[in-house]
Design a protein around this ligand. Structure first.
Ligand SMILES: NC(=O)c1ccc[n+]([C@@H]2O[C@H](COP(=O)([O-])OP(=O)(O)OC[C@H]3O[C@@H](n4cnc5c(N)ncnc54)[C@H](OP(=O)(O)O)[C@@H]3O)[C@@H](O)[C@H]2O)c1
Length: 425
Protein backbone atom coordinates (compact mmCIF):
# COMPACT_ATOMS: atom_id res chain seq x y z
CA UNK A 1 0.00 0.00 0.00
CA UNK A 2 1.70 3.18 -1.17
CA UNK A 3 1.16 6.13 1.10
CA UNK A 4 1.69 9.79 0.17
CA UNK A 5 2.43 11.95 3.22
CA UNK A 6 1.73 15.65 2.74
CA UNK A 7 3.58 17.67 5.38
CA UNK A 8 6.54 16.66 7.51
CA UNK A 9 6.28 18.93 10.52
CA UNK A 10 5.47 17.93 14.11
CA UNK A 11 2.92 15.31 13.14
CA UNK A 12 4.21 14.30 9.69
CA UNK A 13 7.75 13.58 10.92
CA UNK A 14 6.40 11.55 13.85
CA UNK A 15 4.21 9.58 11.43
CA UNK A 16 7.18 8.81 9.18
CA UNK A 17 9.01 7.47 12.25
CA UNK A 18 6.14 5.18 13.28
CA UNK A 19 5.60 3.85 9.74
CA UNK A 20 9.31 3.01 9.51
CA UNK A 21 9.86 1.65 13.03
CA UNK A 22 6.72 -0.45 13.24
CA UNK A 23 6.57 -1.63 9.61
CA UNK A 24 6.10 -5.33 10.46
CA UNK A 25 3.39 -4.75 13.06
CA UNK A 26 1.52 -2.29 10.85
CA UNK A 27 1.62 -4.79 7.97
CA UNK A 28 0.02 -7.41 10.20
CA UNK A 29 -2.62 -4.96 11.44
CA UNK A 30 -3.54 -3.50 8.07
CA UNK A 31 -3.12 -6.55 5.86
CA UNK A 32 -0.61 -4.81 3.58
CA UNK A 33 2.90 -3.47 3.85
CA UNK A 34 2.81 0.34 4.04
CA UNK A 35 5.38 2.00 1.82
CA UNK A 36 5.95 5.74 1.85
CA UNK A 37 5.62 6.88 -1.77
CA UNK A 38 6.75 10.44 -1.04
CA UNK A 39 6.69 13.21 1.54
CA UNK A 40 5.59 16.66 0.41
CA UNK A 41 7.08 19.68 2.21
CA UNK A 42 7.27 23.41 1.68
CA UNK A 43 11.04 23.83 2.03
CA UNK A 44 13.42 21.05 1.00
CA UNK A 45 16.24 22.70 2.95
CA UNK A 46 14.41 22.96 6.29
CA UNK A 47 15.92 20.96 9.15
CA UNK A 48 14.32 17.51 9.67
CA UNK A 49 14.80 14.70 12.16
CA UNK A 50 17.43 12.17 11.01
CA UNK A 51 14.91 9.39 10.44
CA UNK A 52 13.15 11.31 7.62
CA UNK A 53 14.52 9.92 4.30
CA UNK A 54 15.68 12.94 2.28
CA UNK A 55 15.22 10.99 -0.97
CA UNK A 56 11.44 10.89 -0.42
CA UNK A 57 11.00 14.64 0.07
CA UNK A 58 9.37 16.71 -2.65
CA UNK A 59 7.88 20.17 -2.94
CA UNK A 60 5.44 18.92 -5.57
CA UNK A 61 2.48 17.95 -3.38
CA UNK A 62 0.04 18.09 -6.33
CA UNK A 63 2.24 15.76 -8.37
CA UNK A 64 2.44 13.31 -5.47
CA UNK A 65 -1.33 13.27 -4.99
CA UNK A 66 -1.88 12.78 -8.73
CA UNK A 67 0.61 9.88 -8.93
CA UNK A 68 -1.46 6.86 -10.01
CA UNK A 69 0.82 4.60 -7.94
CA UNK A 70 -0.34 6.24 -4.69
CA UNK A 71 -3.07 4.33 -2.82
CA UNK A 72 -3.67 6.46 0.29
CA UNK A 73 -3.04 10.15 0.98
CA UNK A 74 -2.25 11.51 4.47
CA UNK A 75 -2.67 15.28 4.70
CA UNK A 76 -0.63 16.89 7.51
CA UNK A 77 0.01 20.35 6.09
CA UNK A 78 -2.81 22.09 7.93
CA UNK A 79 -4.86 25.18 7.00
CA UNK A 80 -7.38 25.61 4.22
CA UNK A 81 -5.15 25.96 1.20
CA UNK A 82 -3.46 24.12 -0.48
CA UNK A 83 -4.57 21.34 1.89
CA UNK A 84 -8.22 21.56 0.76
CA UNK A 85 -7.35 21.38 -2.93
CA UNK A 86 -5.01 18.44 -2.38
CA UNK A 87 -7.60 16.51 -0.36
CA UNK A 88 -10.26 17.22 -2.99
CA UNK A 89 -7.98 16.01 -5.78
CA UNK A 90 -7.21 12.78 -3.92
CA UNK A 91 -10.88 12.04 -3.12
CA UNK A 92 -11.92 12.90 -6.67
CA UNK A 93 -9.41 10.35 -7.92
CA UNK A 94 -10.94 7.74 -5.61
CA UNK A 95 -8.08 7.72 -3.08
CA UNK A 96 -8.81 7.55 0.63
CA UNK A 97 -7.53 10.46 2.68
CA UNK A 98 -6.45 10.60 6.32
CA UNK A 99 -6.09 14.07 7.81
CA UNK A 100 -5.57 15.81 11.17
CA UNK A 101 -6.70 19.16 9.74
CA UNK A 102 -9.45 20.47 12.04
CA UNK A 103 -9.45 23.90 10.39
CA UNK A 104 -10.25 22.36 7.01
CA UNK A 105 -12.79 19.82 8.27
CA UNK A 106 -14.69 22.42 10.30
CA UNK A 107 -14.84 24.93 7.45
CA UNK A 108 -17.65 24.98 4.87
CA UNK A 109 -15.14 23.25 2.54
CA UNK A 110 -14.99 20.38 5.06
CA UNK A 111 -18.70 19.73 4.62
CA UNK A 112 -18.16 19.56 0.84
CA UNK A 113 -15.19 17.24 1.21
CA UNK A 114 -17.17 14.81 3.37
CA UNK A 115 -19.94 14.86 0.76
CA UNK A 116 -17.39 14.24 -2.00
CA UNK A 117 -15.90 11.27 -0.11
CA UNK A 118 -19.39 9.76 0.28
CA UNK A 119 -20.16 10.35 -3.38
CA UNK A 120 -16.89 8.75 -4.52
CA UNK A 121 -17.22 5.89 -2.02
CA UNK A 122 -13.83 6.53 -0.37
CA UNK A 123 -12.73 7.11 3.20
CA UNK A 124 -12.04 10.54 4.61
CA UNK A 125 -10.80 9.77 8.13
CA UNK A 126 -9.88 12.36 10.78
CA UNK A 127 -9.47 10.82 14.23
CA UNK A 128 -6.50 13.11 14.93
CA UNK A 129 -8.45 16.31 14.20
CA UNK A 130 -10.28 16.29 17.55
CA UNK A 131 -8.48 15.69 20.84
CA UNK A 132 -5.23 14.28 19.34
CA UNK A 133 -4.46 10.80 20.60
CA UNK A 134 -7.86 10.25 22.23
CA UNK A 135 -9.82 7.62 20.25
CA UNK A 136 -12.94 9.72 20.17
CA UNK A 137 -14.14 9.83 16.58
CA UNK A 138 -14.00 6.06 16.17
CA UNK A 139 -15.66 5.50 19.57
CA UNK A 140 -18.55 7.77 18.59
CA UNK A 141 -18.79 6.53 15.02
CA UNK A 142 -18.55 2.81 15.76
CA UNK A 143 -18.89 1.76 19.41
CA UNK A 144 -21.63 4.28 20.16
CA UNK A 145 -23.26 4.20 16.73
CA UNK A 146 -26.53 2.80 18.11
CA UNK A 147 -26.59 5.11 21.10
CA UNK A 148 -28.84 8.14 21.38
CA UNK A 149 -26.31 10.72 22.52
CA UNK A 150 -27.66 13.59 24.60
CA UNK A 151 -24.52 15.65 25.11
CA UNK A 152 -20.83 15.61 24.27
CA UNK A 153 -18.86 18.01 26.44
CA UNK A 154 -15.11 18.26 26.16
CA UNK A 155 -11.93 19.94 27.21
CA UNK A 156 -10.44 19.89 23.72
CA UNK A 157 -7.83 22.64 23.91
CA UNK A 158 -4.74 21.87 25.96
CA UNK A 159 -3.37 25.42 25.96
CA UNK A 160 -6.40 26.95 27.64
CA UNK A 161 -6.71 24.03 30.04
CA UNK A 162 -3.10 24.58 31.10
CA UNK A 163 -3.73 28.31 31.65
CA UNK A 164 -6.92 27.68 33.65
CA UNK A 165 -5.19 24.96 35.71
CA UNK A 166 -2.40 27.39 36.64
CA UNK A 167 -4.94 30.08 37.54
CA UNK A 168 -6.95 27.64 39.64
CA UNK A 169 -4.12 25.88 41.45
CA UNK A 170 -1.54 28.63 41.86
CA UNK A 171 -3.73 31.74 41.93
CA UNK A 172 -1.90 33.07 38.86
CA UNK A 173 -3.62 35.79 36.87
CA UNK A 174 -4.43 35.22 33.21
CA UNK A 175 -1.42 37.12 31.81
CA UNK A 176 1.10 35.25 34.00
CA UNK A 177 -0.44 31.85 33.22
CA UNK A 178 -0.40 32.62 29.48
CA UNK A 179 3.25 33.74 29.67
CA UNK A 180 4.18 30.46 31.38
CA UNK A 181 2.32 28.46 28.70
CA UNK A 182 4.23 30.40 26.01
CA UNK A 183 7.57 29.78 27.75
CA UNK A 184 6.82 26.05 27.86
CA UNK A 185 5.87 25.98 24.15
CA UNK A 186 2.25 25.19 24.99
CA UNK A 187 0.93 28.47 23.58
CA UNK A 188 1.78 30.29 20.36
CA UNK A 189 3.27 33.79 20.47
CA UNK A 190 -0.10 34.86 19.02
CA UNK A 191 -2.41 32.75 21.21
CA UNK A 192 -5.70 34.02 19.70
CA UNK A 193 -6.78 30.72 18.12
CA UNK A 194 -6.57 28.98 21.49
CA UNK A 195 -7.56 31.60 24.05
CA UNK A 196 -10.45 33.03 22.03
CA UNK A 197 -11.86 29.54 21.51
CA UNK A 198 -11.46 29.28 17.69
CA UNK A 199 -9.57 25.97 17.91
CA UNK A 200 -12.17 24.49 20.29
CA UNK A 201 -15.00 25.79 18.06
CA UNK A 202 -13.56 23.91 15.07
CA UNK A 203 -13.49 20.74 17.16
CA UNK A 204 -17.06 21.32 18.40
CA UNK A 205 -18.22 21.65 14.78
CA UNK A 206 -16.51 18.37 13.87
CA UNK A 207 -18.00 16.64 16.94
CA UNK A 208 -21.49 17.76 15.91
CA UNK A 209 -20.99 15.71 12.75
CA UNK A 210 -19.41 12.69 14.38
CA UNK A 211 -21.71 12.40 17.41
CA UNK A 212 -24.98 13.62 15.92
CA UNK A 213 -24.53 13.28 12.14
CA UNK A 214 -25.21 16.94 11.38
CA UNK A 215 -23.22 19.25 9.14
CA UNK A 216 -22.05 22.21 11.20
CA UNK A 217 -19.23 24.55 10.25
CA UNK A 218 -17.13 26.48 12.74
CA UNK A 219 -18.58 29.87 11.81
CA UNK A 220 -21.95 28.69 13.20
CA UNK A 221 -20.52 27.72 16.59
CA UNK A 222 -21.26 30.08 19.50
CA UNK A 223 -17.86 31.02 20.94
CA UNK A 224 -16.45 32.77 23.98
CA UNK A 225 -12.80 32.53 25.03
CA UNK A 226 -11.03 32.76 28.37
CA UNK A 227 -9.34 36.16 28.14
CA UNK A 228 -11.86 37.92 30.42
CA UNK A 229 -11.50 35.42 33.28
CA UNK A 230 -9.88 36.95 36.34
CA UNK A 231 -8.10 35.49 39.34
CA UNK A 232 -11.08 36.58 41.46
CA UNK A 233 -13.54 34.59 39.26
CA UNK A 234 -11.31 31.55 39.69
CA UNK A 235 -11.01 32.11 43.43
CA UNK A 236 -14.77 32.45 43.86
CA UNK A 237 -15.27 29.25 41.85
CA UNK A 238 -12.77 27.41 44.05
CA UNK A 239 -14.44 28.53 47.27
CA UNK A 240 -17.84 27.55 45.93
CA UNK A 241 -16.63 24.07 44.93
CA UNK A 242 -16.16 24.61 41.17
CA UNK A 243 -13.32 24.80 38.69
CA UNK A 244 -13.41 26.92 35.54
CA UNK A 245 -12.88 25.02 32.28
CA UNK A 246 -13.16 26.00 28.62
CA UNK A 247 -15.71 23.55 27.24
CA UNK A 248 -16.79 22.57 23.75
CA UNK A 249 -20.39 21.42 24.09
CA UNK A 250 -22.63 19.73 21.54
CA UNK A 251 -26.05 18.97 22.94
CA UNK A 252 -29.54 18.03 21.86
CA UNK A 253 -31.94 20.79 22.69
CA UNK A 254 -35.71 21.03 22.33
CA UNK A 255 -36.75 18.11 20.09
CA UNK A 256 -34.69 18.12 16.91
CA UNK A 257 -32.51 21.08 17.86
CA UNK A 258 -28.78 21.08 18.49
CA UNK A 259 -26.67 23.50 20.49
CA UNK A 260 -23.02 23.74 19.48
CA UNK A 261 -20.97 26.09 21.60
CA UNK A 262 -17.62 26.88 23.20
CA UNK A 263 -17.36 28.89 26.39
CA UNK A 264 -15.74 28.82 29.78
CA UNK A 265 -17.95 27.35 32.48
CA UNK A 266 -18.00 26.56 36.17
CA UNK A 267 -17.71 22.78 36.46
CA UNK A 268 -18.63 21.20 39.82
CA UNK A 269 -15.49 19.90 41.55
CA UNK A 270 -17.06 16.44 41.69
CA UNK A 271 -17.52 16.23 37.90
CA UNK A 272 -14.96 14.01 36.08
CA UNK A 273 -13.97 16.92 33.80
CA UNK A 274 -12.93 18.97 36.85
CA UNK A 275 -9.96 16.65 37.43
CA UNK A 276 -8.53 17.11 33.91
CA UNK A 277 -5.43 19.21 34.54
CA UNK A 278 -2.68 20.94 32.60
CA UNK A 279 -2.61 20.38 28.85
CA UNK A 280 -4.64 17.16 28.92
CA UNK A 281 -7.91 16.79 27.02
CA UNK A 282 -11.01 14.82 27.93
CA UNK A 283 -14.43 14.35 26.45
CA UNK A 284 -17.47 13.47 28.54
CA UNK A 285 -20.28 11.74 26.67
CA UNK A 286 -23.82 11.32 27.96
CA UNK A 287 -25.98 8.75 26.17
CA UNK A 288 -29.45 7.41 26.74
CA UNK A 289 -28.54 3.76 27.28
CA UNK A 290 -24.79 3.96 27.90
CA UNK A 291 -25.08 6.68 30.54
CA UNK A 292 -21.92 8.66 31.21
CA UNK A 293 -18.52 7.93 29.60
CA UNK A 294 -15.27 9.85 29.63
CA UNK A 295 -12.28 9.58 27.31
CA UNK A 296 -9.05 11.20 28.51
CA UNK A 297 -5.59 11.69 27.07
CA UNK A 298 -3.14 13.86 25.19
CA UNK A 299 -4.87 16.21 22.81
CA UNK A 300 -1.80 17.40 20.95
CA UNK A 301 1.89 16.79 20.31
CA UNK A 302 3.53 15.24 17.27
CA UNK A 303 3.72 11.64 18.48
CA UNK A 304 0.30 11.37 20.19
CA UNK A 305 -1.36 12.94 17.15
CA UNK A 306 0.58 10.66 14.80
CA UNK A 307 -0.72 7.69 16.80
CA UNK A 308 -4.29 8.64 15.86
CA UNK A 309 -3.21 9.17 12.24
CA UNK A 310 -1.67 5.68 12.11
CA UNK A 311 -4.93 4.18 13.38
CA UNK A 312 -6.80 5.87 10.54
CA UNK A 313 -4.16 4.82 8.03
CA UNK A 314 -4.62 1.19 9.02
CA UNK A 315 -8.41 1.56 8.83
CA UNK A 316 -8.18 3.16 5.38
CA UNK A 317 -5.90 0.35 4.20
CA UNK A 318 -8.13 -2.39 5.56
CA UNK A 319 -11.20 -0.76 4.04
CA UNK A 320 -9.49 -0.34 0.69
CA UNK A 321 -8.53 -4.03 0.67
CA UNK A 322 -12.05 -5.02 1.68
CA UNK A 323 -13.69 -2.65 -0.83
CA UNK A 324 -15.60 -0.83 1.88
CA UNK A 325 -15.55 2.50 3.73
CA UNK A 326 -16.08 3.72 7.28
CA UNK A 327 -19.71 4.70 8.05
CA UNK A 328 -20.46 8.43 7.74
CA UNK A 329 -23.99 9.33 8.82
CA UNK A 330 -25.35 12.47 7.16
CA UNK A 331 -28.46 14.12 8.52
CA UNK A 332 -27.81 17.35 6.60
CA UNK A 333 -27.67 20.77 8.20
CA UNK A 334 -28.45 21.04 11.91
CA UNK A 335 -31.28 23.06 13.40
CA UNK A 336 -29.09 25.17 15.67
CA UNK A 337 -30.77 26.47 18.81
CA UNK A 338 -29.82 30.10 19.54
CA UNK A 339 -27.85 30.67 22.72
CA UNK A 340 -30.57 32.90 24.21
CA UNK A 341 -32.95 29.93 24.30
CA UNK A 342 -30.63 27.76 26.41
CA UNK A 343 -30.92 27.47 30.15
CA UNK A 344 -28.32 27.15 32.86
CA UNK A 345 -27.37 28.49 36.24
CA UNK A 346 -25.10 31.54 36.06
CA UNK A 347 -22.33 33.12 38.07
CA UNK A 348 -22.38 36.94 37.88
CA UNK A 349 -19.86 39.25 39.54
CA UNK A 350 -20.61 42.98 39.90
CA UNK A 351 -18.60 45.90 41.26
CA UNK A 352 -21.03 48.26 42.93
CA UNK A 353 -21.09 51.39 45.06
CA UNK A 354 -21.28 50.35 48.69
CA UNK A 355 -24.24 52.26 50.08
CA UNK A 356 -27.63 51.37 51.54
CA UNK A 357 -30.23 50.13 49.06
CA UNK A 358 -27.74 48.87 46.44
CA UNK A 359 -28.39 45.20 47.05
CA UNK A 360 -32.14 45.82 46.77
CA UNK A 361 -31.78 47.66 43.45
CA UNK A 362 -29.55 44.96 42.01
CA UNK A 363 -31.68 42.01 43.09
CA UNK A 364 -34.77 43.79 41.70
CA UNK A 365 -33.03 43.89 38.29
CA UNK A 366 -32.65 40.09 38.42
CA UNK A 367 -36.26 39.57 39.57
CA UNK A 368 -37.77 41.95 37.01
CA UNK A 369 -36.16 39.91 34.22
CA UNK A 370 -37.33 36.56 35.56
CA UNK A 371 -33.96 35.41 36.93
CA UNK A 372 -34.09 33.94 40.41
CA UNK A 373 -31.08 34.22 42.70
CA UNK A 374 -29.72 31.15 44.49
CA UNK A 375 -26.99 32.86 46.52
CA UNK A 376 -25.21 36.19 46.87
CA UNK A 377 -21.91 37.08 48.50
CA UNK A 378 -20.64 40.55 49.28
CA UNK A 379 -17.03 41.61 49.75
CA UNK A 380 -15.40 45.01 50.17
CA UNK A 381 -15.53 48.22 52.16
CA UNK A 382 -14.80 51.96 51.94
CA UNK A 383 -17.42 52.83 49.37
CA UNK A 384 -16.89 49.99 46.91
CA UNK A 385 -18.07 46.41 47.03
CA UNK A 386 -18.19 43.31 44.90
CA UNK A 387 -21.39 41.30 44.73
CA UNK A 388 -21.17 37.74 43.47
CA UNK A 389 -24.44 36.08 42.48
CA UNK A 390 -25.25 32.51 41.60
CA UNK A 391 -28.65 32.19 39.92
CA UNK A 392 -31.07 29.34 39.72
CA UNK A 393 -31.54 27.83 36.26
CA UNK A 394 -32.51 30.67 33.92
CA UNK A 395 -32.94 31.35 30.20
CA UNK A 396 -29.82 32.94 28.77
CA UNK A 397 -31.99 35.57 27.09
CA UNK A 398 -33.37 36.58 30.50
CA UNK A 399 -29.88 36.71 31.98
CA UNK A 400 -28.72 38.97 29.13
CA UNK A 401 -31.74 41.24 29.74
CA UNK A 402 -30.76 41.34 33.42
CA UNK A 403 -27.21 42.38 32.51
CA UNK A 404 -28.60 45.15 30.27
CA UNK A 405 -30.74 46.43 33.16
CA UNK A 406 -27.79 46.20 35.58
CA UNK A 407 -25.59 48.09 33.13
CA UNK A 408 -28.07 50.99 33.29
CA UNK A 409 -28.02 51.28 37.10
CA UNK A 410 -25.80 54.07 38.39
CA UNK A 411 -24.83 51.98 41.44
CA UNK A 412 -23.30 49.28 39.21
CA UNK A 413 -19.75 50.36 38.42
CA UNK A 414 -18.72 47.32 36.41
CA UNK A 415 -20.15 44.01 35.34
CA UNK A 416 -17.32 41.55 35.90
CA UNK A 417 -17.31 37.82 35.22
CA UNK A 418 -20.47 36.22 33.83
CA UNK A 419 -20.13 32.45 33.51
CA UNK A 420 -22.45 29.54 32.90
CA UNK A 421 -22.50 26.68 35.39
CA UNK A 422 -22.49 23.13 34.05
CA UNK A 423 -25.58 21.25 35.13
CA UNK A 424 -27.46 18.13 34.07
CA UNK A 425 -28.64 17.76 30.44
N1 LIG B 1 0.89 19.51 16.27
C1 LIG B 1 -0.11 19.01 16.96
O1 LIG B 1 -0.02 18.78 18.17
C2 LIG B 1 -1.41 18.72 16.27
C3 LIG B 1 -2.47 18.12 17.00
C4 LIG B 1 -3.67 17.81 16.37
C5 LIG B 1 -3.81 18.13 15.01
N2 LIG B 1 -2.78 18.73 14.34
C6 LIG B 1 -2.98 19.05 12.94
O2 LIG B 1 -2.04 18.35 12.16
C7 LIG B 1 -1.70 19.11 11.01
C8 LIG B 1 -0.17 19.28 10.96
O3 LIG B 1 0.25 19.96 12.12
P1 LIG B 1 1.80 20.13 12.48
O4 LIG B 1 1.85 20.62 13.86
O5 LIG B 1 2.55 18.90 12.09
O6 LIG B 1 2.19 21.33 11.48
P2 LIG B 1 3.66 21.86 11.11
O7 LIG B 1 4.65 21.40 12.10
O8 LIG B 1 3.51 23.32 10.85
O9 LIG B 1 3.96 21.13 9.72
C9 LIG B 1 3.36 21.48 8.51
C10 LIG B 1 4.10 20.79 7.39
O10 LIG B 1 3.45 21.11 6.16
C11 LIG B 1 4.44 21.45 5.21
N3 LIG B 1 3.89 22.37 4.22
C12 LIG B 1 3.47 23.64 4.39
N4 LIG B 1 3.00 24.14 3.23
C13 LIG B 1 3.16 23.15 2.30
C14 LIG B 1 2.87 23.05 0.93
N5 LIG B 1 2.34 24.08 0.25
N6 LIG B 1 3.14 21.89 0.29
C15 LIG B 1 3.69 20.86 0.96
N7 LIG B 1 3.99 20.88 2.28
C16 LIG B 1 3.72 22.03 2.94
C17 LIG B 1 5.56 22.09 6.01
O11 LIG B 1 6.76 22.00 5.24
P3 LIG B 1 8.19 22.52 5.80
O12 LIG B 1 8.53 21.53 6.88
O13 LIG B 1 9.08 22.45 4.64
O14 LIG B 1 7.94 23.90 6.34
C18 LIG B 1 5.55 21.22 7.25
O15 LIG B 1 6.35 20.09 7.05
C19 LIG B 1 -2.48 20.42 11.13
O16 LIG B 1 -3.67 20.32 10.41
C20 LIG B 1 -2.77 20.52 12.61
O17 LIG B 1 -3.94 21.27 12.91
C21 LIG B 1 -1.60 19.02 14.94
Amino acid sequence: MRVAILGCGNVGAALVGIVQDRAEALAVQSGARLTIAGIAVHDLGAPRPDHVPRSLLTTDASGLVADPAVDVVVELIGGLDPAGTLVRTALDAGRPVVTANKALLASPAGVELRALARERGVDLLYEAAVAGAIPLVRALRESLTGERIHRVMGIVNGTTNFILTRMGEQGADYAAALAEAQDLGLAERDPTADVEGFDAAAKAAILAGVAFGYNVSDDAVFREGITAITASDVEFARRAGYVIKLLAIVERSGGDGLSVRVHPALVPGTHPLAGVRDAFNAVFIEGEAAGELMLYGQGAGGLPTASAVVGDLIDATRNLLAGTTAPTPDRGPAHLVPEVELESEFYVSLDVTDRPGVLGAVTTAFGDNGVSIRSVEQEGDSGEARLVFVTHRAREGDLRATLATLGGLDVVERIGGVLRIVGPT
